[in-house]
Ligand binder design. Sequence first.
Ligand code: NAP
Ligand code: MG
Length: 501
Amino acid sequence: MSSLDTNQNHLDSNVVEFISRPKQMFVDGEWVNALSGDTFDTLDPATANVITSVPRSDTQDVERAITAARRAFDTGPWPRMTPAERQRILWRIGEGILAHADTLAQLECIDNGKSVAVARSVDVVWAAEIFFYYAGWATKLEGRTVPVSVPWATDARFHAFTIREPVGVCAQIVPWNFPLVMAAFKLAPALACGNTVVLKPAEQTPLTALLLAGIIADADVPAGVVNVLTGFGDAGAALAAHPDVDKVAFTGSTEVGKKIVHAAAGNLKKVSLELGGKSPQIVFADADFGTAIPGVSNGFLFNHGQTCTAGTRLLIEDRIFDEFTAGVAEFASSLKIGPGLDPTNDIGPLVSEEQLTKVTDYLQAGLHQGARALAGGSRHGDSGFYVEPTLLVDVKPGFTVYQEEIFGPVAVAVPFNRDSGIREAANDTPFGLAASIWTRDVSTVHKTVAQIKAGTVWVNCHNAFDAALPFGGYKQSGWGRELGEGAIDEYTQTKSVNIAL
Ligand code: NAP
Ligand code: MG
């Protein structure tokens, strides 16, 4: 039963109907409870009220879902369908997402805390776009003909070629910061390539994955191809360790990413990881302040800073440091804080009380070590999990706020001198997910891009993603690539065929 009384009157009837219905998981084409009958609550972080409860899966449910995915892969129609049929089904999923856009956006807003306007214009549109993009790939999984010699078979002639085949059963474990988008990142390429999937959304944000499972079923994806298990980290761990899973794809913390690698070792399943970041935004003195001040600010404040690519280390050329940081502080302080259901609010709550505590602990540690807040610096209000947009200066590289991923609306700013170079400061972190460069000088752009150890470098923008552009991390930010052709490589394996003629 729902007890979302404070917000019900702002919700569409479809959303009220969805959350009022008992929630079930999607396994082998059917809506089911956890075999144990256990459930857990999901909260609205703007109010800390319970929205609804969902099944809590455990190892028995994991077993049931993997058995279904295994059968769907080994003997079901999905990997054997024509590419054009899979293409049409993926396209229908994209259309289904858009048909449910307002419902998905409101659900994402109340489950995660993000702005309903952003959920509608970014999360939902982007998730649909990813399915449209990978629909196209289903018909383009081409191998190559390879001219071969086989040096010791001097009299023979050969015809050799490669085939791209699906990997098999994929476990996909996603976080709470972009629940629908992260599900799309994982599901769309896996399905385009003919794999079957067990998806586990984060415990904080299970709702849009369940609605998406219904959209996928309505698009005529056969039973067992997509299974969605709601649950906690123990269900994720069971998926990652299971011998019948051929691949695990994970997005989340570096700490859990390392556990996934260990769990995957039993059957050496394929692993792809998209982990944390502490991405620099490098601002040169010739940057266009009109673009760069809001751009850099949004680069660390988007999604309330709960973005793996958040540009949270501002490296500002020394001669503009005071002026530029004052501009960012003014921008950050002008933002309106409040519930995401009010589309005029810019900064919503963090996802959970745990995340609130984590972020405010970082702030206190930073201020204690000697940092100074040019904007924000503490919790906002005393109900809901809000943190003020914060810019810290007087920060030294040894401070924890400089070193660690905070995952809240917090950036540190430090000056750099152009003559001493930017390489060391830019790469002074175990992470290597993303970076941005702000300058009007094309030569500075190219020289700086070459020095940055990160999977994505944006220039005069930040968080400008596209389904066609591979995304992933250098160093401890991950293994493999999502999006673009990068994800096709992750979800296929290459078979070489050599025919003696
Ligand atoms: P997390 O623990 O890494 O959670 C990510 C996903 O992994 C969730 O679905 C989670 O399930 C699952 N999981 C947890 N333990 C597992 C295990 N041993 N084996 C397999 N799966 C497991 O992240 P979090 O605790 O939600 O957030 C902690 C920090 O991670 C954040 O403060 C942030 O710094 C970072 N983070 C990064 C990203 C990113 O996009 N790179 C996203 C989210 C968080 P449960 O939800 O049930 O725990
Ligand atoms: Mg929630």
